[in-house]
Design a binder for this molecule. Structure first.
Ligand code: PLP
Length: 408
């Protein structure tokens, strides 16, 4: 007889996006002519930078000839891409990493979800709240979560991030073994300064904890005092793994490419107290369960770092951040309390008149024909908040704010 991993049975259905779809389709059913603007999605709308397209075309042609054809590649990624990553994302910021510390992958979702494979089941886990759901669900699957009561898992420590604390999580009162940090943050669009991030690195060092640092939105940072990488903080090489993605940087949400940095100094303990480095374990995990990101994709990602690619990526990011400005200012002009949208493509607003996240969702849908994402869907501390994204088309963003101007 085969037995199920019962942890999967604990997972509630993916309620958030199915409930949004249900409410929108019910409204559409009753109002078929409603012109609904969707500002809820986390996907990009701009096409890939031409430099990436050209590089991928060239790579496709290489696959057409037996002299240049590539089959299985290195599971860790091709050297050319790893070298470009080391030089542009790290050395340029004074961070020295070794090629063997970078693992190219098919994106940050897989890596943030899979990293738990090399970590023991008994680890206690801390997350900021609201949170990117993958961190929680992957720990539920691994049996680290305990049970779900009132929207919280009993063995997960939730660190509230709300307007009351300026969206800066307090250090946990009870020690945690693993802490997930995501900056710039999805969903709140907020960031940590260097000083604030240093507190976490110091905490991890003092408590022998591991930081899983998701920097998928790093490319959107515009302010000086916001670190682009956790390795800008002294000591982070001993305690942090960093995840990056080409999805939001360069429109790779459909093409799929990201990478994870596991410094050789990061170690965790065995039950008997022996220190074990994680780098070889992640390498082993990837070599066993992952056969590499496609050559064509990696050539496309490498082109992000070419001078042309960098210019084109900056243009796209500027486009989304102009959307973010339009959203921020449009919402503020009618009295909304708005956060984020400066170093991230997400706008996090406080729902007005004490409405719950879902009540506000309905109001916005029914009165303005705009769809966003209820904050409570990202965790208990998201209640009373709402997420809009700057990834939409400019025209739709402007039309949405014209409608919002009539909000009372
Ligand atoms: N991490 C965060 C915080 C995200 O918001 C997302 C996507 O929305 C991802 C990771 C996934 O990135 P990728 O497309 O590289 O899998």
């Amino acid at each position: 007889m085969a037995f199920v991993n019962e942890n999967f049975l604990k997972l509630p259905g993916s309620y958030l996006f199915s409930e949004i779809a249900r409410r929108v389709s019910a409204y559409k059913g009753e109002h078929p002519d409603a012109d609904i603007i969707r500002l809820g999605i986390g996907d990009v709308t701009r096409p890939l930078p031409p430099a990436c397209i050209e590089a991928m075309h060239r790579a496709v042609d290489e696959e057409a000839s037996s002299a240049t054809f590539r089959g299985y590649g290195p599971e860790q990624g091709y050297d050319v891409l790893i070298e470009a990553i080391l030089q542009h994302d790290y050395a340029a910021r004074g961070i020295c990493l070794r090629p063997s510390e970078v693992f190219v992958s098919d994106g940050a979702k897989s890596d943030t979800g899979n990293i738990g494979d090399i970590l023991g089941q008994a680890n206690t886990v801390g997350v900021t709240d609201p949170v990117y759901p993958v961190y929680i669900d992957s720990n539920v699957m691994a049996g680290r979560s305990g049970d779900l009561t009132d929207g919280k898992w009993s063995r997960i420590t939730y660190l509230p991030c709300t307007a009351a604390n300026g969206f800066v999580p307090a250090l946990p009162e009870q020690r945690v073994d693993i802490i997930y940090l995501c900056y710039p943050n999805n969903p709140t669009g907020t960031t940590l300064t260097r000083t604030e991030l240093k507190k976490w690195v110091d905490y991890a060092k003092a408590n022998d904890s591991l930081i899983l640092y998701d920097a998928a939105y790093e490319a959107y940072i515009s302010e000086e005092d916001v670190p682009h990488s956790i390795y800008e903080i002294e000591g982070a090489r001993q305690v942090a793994i960093e995840f990056r993605s080409f999805s939001k940087t360069a429109g790779f949400t459909g093409v799929r490419c990201g990478y994870t940095v596991v410094p050789e100094e990061v170690t965790v303990r065995t039950a008997s107290g022996e220190r074990v480095p994680l780098n070889p374990l992640w390498n082993r995990r990837q070599c066993t369960k992952f056969n590499g990101t496609s050559y064509i994709t990696q050539r496309g990602a490498e082109a992000v770092y070419s001078p042309k690619g960098q210019r084109q990526v900056q243009e796209t990011i500027a486009y989304y951040m102009e959307n973010a400005r339009i959203l921020r200012e449009g919402l503020r002009s009618v009295g909304f309390q708005v956060y984020g949208g400066v170093n991230a493509p997400y706008i996090w607003l406080q729902t007005p008149q004490g409405l719950t996240s879902w009540q506000f969702f309905d109001e916005l849908l029914h009165r303005m024909h705009i769809v966003g994402t209820p904050g409570v869907g990202f965790g208990p501390s998201g209640e009373g908040y709402f997420r809009l994204t700057a990834f939409g088309q400019r025209e739709n963003t402007l039309r949405a704010m014209e409608r919002i101007a009539g909000w009372k």
